[in-house]
Design a protein around this ligand. Structure first.
Ligand code: HAS
Ligand code: HEM
Ligand code: CU
Length: 543
């Protein structure tokens, strides 16, 4: 059982995460209804104001808080109760992040920061929005330091060469996060804050966007890696199987550290001012970062098949039938995995330099990330919640909640099939992302888009109902379910697996190679940007 004080830290993160989920999903529902032409927004609320709230509260806040709650619980489980310094630093991080989150939310609701979650210059928010972002980022750094400290003390005390797999993955995820957030912190502190307070008049747009995407791509893996932690470590235990290979799992996380950062240009393939050579180089590295995901897919298939065959499954696909489909702790993440197959294929299309011209800035891209972060990752997080919340609250997952969880998962998959499917299709026909309802003066092409947007609204409505259901389940598991013990499932490694080489825990080596790759991929293009820098831009407020 988890120590009460550690449980409280995790619970606090998860509470904020679910509040953000509710607010962000409400905005999402309204967006689909507006774009589908079903409603007009009342009370002077702007479409872009909602979209900013949706992006910030779901992509940045819901995810980050859930991840912190999950990682702290897993670290406390595998490395033991938090030591004093990691514990106190964790709380300091929580409060700093929460102050920032509150401040940012207020300024978005006041319509003073309608700059979308990517806060692209020359759109200019109130300076307090950027100050709020700094608090969220620095607070998350405190959490990173706190987790590394726990890991370090554990190694000192036990004198073990290899740490438990979960704690290694958590430390690696936070290492990637720290290196990545240096970029966004630099943009916010050195560019956006002085510019929005009026200390300097102009901002260099290209540099600000480049620093953003230096952070923005690893950001998506920061969401994904905790889901992978569940797939690698938790799922084998739930299905009565074993982890295929500890070494392979660690290697895939090392590869994420190396290749997820020097690839930001694949979001800027249509941005002028960066030479094709460097875009091409980063596209090649983008294809490298697909490899650890393919390793994960391979490893998960191996886990399922081995577990199935041990249970006596026959034939090529017999193992599929004996998987515990009615166990929501398995079913929800498994739906996430299945959805990740088309989601990842879409990502490979996006990254293919020429094809990016067809899909960039269309609803196709919005479709892509509602499959990745809003389905594969989110469904896995829901699947984790079904055991993590009762584990933390000292309660149990009842049969009724199991059933509701399965219904919730099916609703999410169906809703997303309609919403994301329609987004992908209409995106290929050219419908832009980030636009409110418009018929472009009844232009025939724009009129053709409208039925797809209506389908998006149907999907969005189902998704919103699914959110209400998951919130009810979470509330019940936290406060009402019968008292009892729930396990934090941690898998064991297959006996026949290769021994894990100690070099995989050589942090200096991996962080060093990561830094070298970043320098290779970014130094020359950055130098060009500075050398050929235009006069810069003043700020604009279009809302
Ligand atoms: Fe992406 C845009 C390329 C993955 C999120 N992406 C975005 C944006 C977001 C996002 C939020 O190159 C929009 C940002 C914005 O607002 O502008 N993405 C990729 C590539 C991958 C990828 C190559 N993206 C993700 C993940 C995300 C995410 C993960 C969130 C969590 N993405 C792009 C590009 C753009 C982009 C361009 C810019 C587009 C533009 O022009 O603006 C890859 O990492 C994907 C690799 C994944 C796979 C799938 C492996 C499958 C697995 C499942 C196995 C299943 C099992 C179950 C075992 C190759 C691991 C089997 C069971 C059975 C029963 C069969
Ligand atoms: C954008 C709907 C859940 C992340 C959008 C848009 C719609 C939408 C319609 C695009 C609007 C446009 O480009 O004009 C919904 C609905 C949801 C939902 C109905 C469920 C109730 C989520 C979740 C996440 C997420 C769970 C992440 C964890 C995003 C992001 C954007 C977005 C990052 C892009 C914002 C931007 O372009 O600035 N969503 N969504 N959504 N959604 Fe969702
Ligand atoms: Cu990316």
């Amino acid at each position: 059982m988890i120590a009460k004080r550690d449980a409280r830290l995790s619970q606090s993160f998860i509470l904020v995460s679910f509040i953000a989920l509710f607010l962000g999903a409400t905005a999402g529902l309204l967006q689909t209804l507006v774009r589908g032409g079903v409603i007009e927004l009342p009370a002077g609320i702007g479409y872009y104001q909602l979209l900013t709230a949706h992006g910030v509260l779901l992509a940045l806040i819901f995810t980050t808080y859930f991840i912190m709650g999950f990682l702290y619980a897993g670290i406390s489980k595998t490395l033991g109760e938090l030591y004093v310094v990691p514990y106190k630093t964790g709380w300091l991080g929580f409060w700093m992040m929460t102050f920032g989150t509150g401040l940012a939310t207020v300024f978005i609701l006041l319509n003073k920061a309608t700059v979308l979650y990517t806060f692209y210059a020359p759109l200019q928010a109130s300076p307090w929005f950027y100050v709020a972002l700094v608090h969220v980022v620095v607070g998350s750094w405190l959490c990173a330091f706190s987790m590394w400290r726990q890991y370090y003390i554990w190694k000192q005390v036990t004198k073990e060469k290899l740490s438990p797999l979960f704690s290694f993955m958590a430390s690696m995820t936070m290492a990637m996060w720290f290196i990545a957030t240096l970029g966004v912190a630099a943009a916010v502190i050195f560019q956006f804050i002085p510019w929005s307070f009026g200390w300097v008049e102009k901002i260099d747009i290209l540099i600000s966007r480049t620093l953003f995407w230096y952070f923005g791509h690893p950001l998506v893996y920061f969401w994904l890696l905790p889901a992978y932690m569940c797939w690698y470590v938790v799922i084998p235990k739930i299905i009565g199987g074993k982890i295929f290979s500890d070494a392979l799992a660690r290697l895939s996380f090392v590869l994420f550290l190396l290749f997820s950062i020097p690839v930001g240009f694949h979001h800027q393939l249509l941005e002028p001012g960066i030479s094709h050579t460097w875009k091409f180089f980063q596209v090649v590295l983008t294809f490298m970062v697909i490899i650890p995901s393919l390793m994960t897919a391979f490893s998960m298939f191996a886990v399922f098949e081995t577990a199935g065959r041990k249970k006596g499954a026959k034939g090529i696909f017999g193992w599929l039938k004996v998987l515990p489909w009615s166990d929501v702790r398995f079913f929800a993440p498994m739906m996430g995995m299945l959805i990740f197959i088309p989601a990842g294929a879409g990502g490979i299309i996006n990254a293919s330099h020429q094809m990016n011209q067809v899909v960039h800035n269309t609803l196709w891209v919005t479709g892509h990330f509602h499959l990745t972060v809003a389905s594969s990752v989110t469904l896995t997080f829901f699947g984790i919640s079904y055991w993590l919340i009762p584990y933390l609250s000292g309660r149990t997952l009842t049969k009724r909640m199991h059933k509701l969880g399965i219904i919730q998962t099916v609703m999410w998959a169906v809703g997303m099939f309609f919403m994301s499917g329609a987004m992908h299709l209409v995106g290929l026909f050219g419908a832009p992302r980030r636009t409110a309802y418009t018929t472009y003066n009844d232009h025939p092409q724009a009129v053709d888009w409208i039925p797809y947007q209506a389908v998006m609204a149907i999907g969005g409505t189902i998704l919103f109902l699914a959110i209400l259901l998951v919130l009810y389940i979470a509330y019940y598991l936290a406060f009402q379910a019968p008292k009892g013990e729930t396990e934090f499932p941690i898998g064991e490694v297959e006996d026949a697996a290769v021994k894990t080489p100690v070099i995989l825990e050589n942090w200096k080596l991996w962080v060093g190679i990561s830094a070298a790759l970043i320098l290779i991929a970014y130094t020359v293009p950055f130098w060009h940007m500075i050398e050929h820098a235009p006069a810069g831009s003043q700020g604009y407020k279009f809302w």
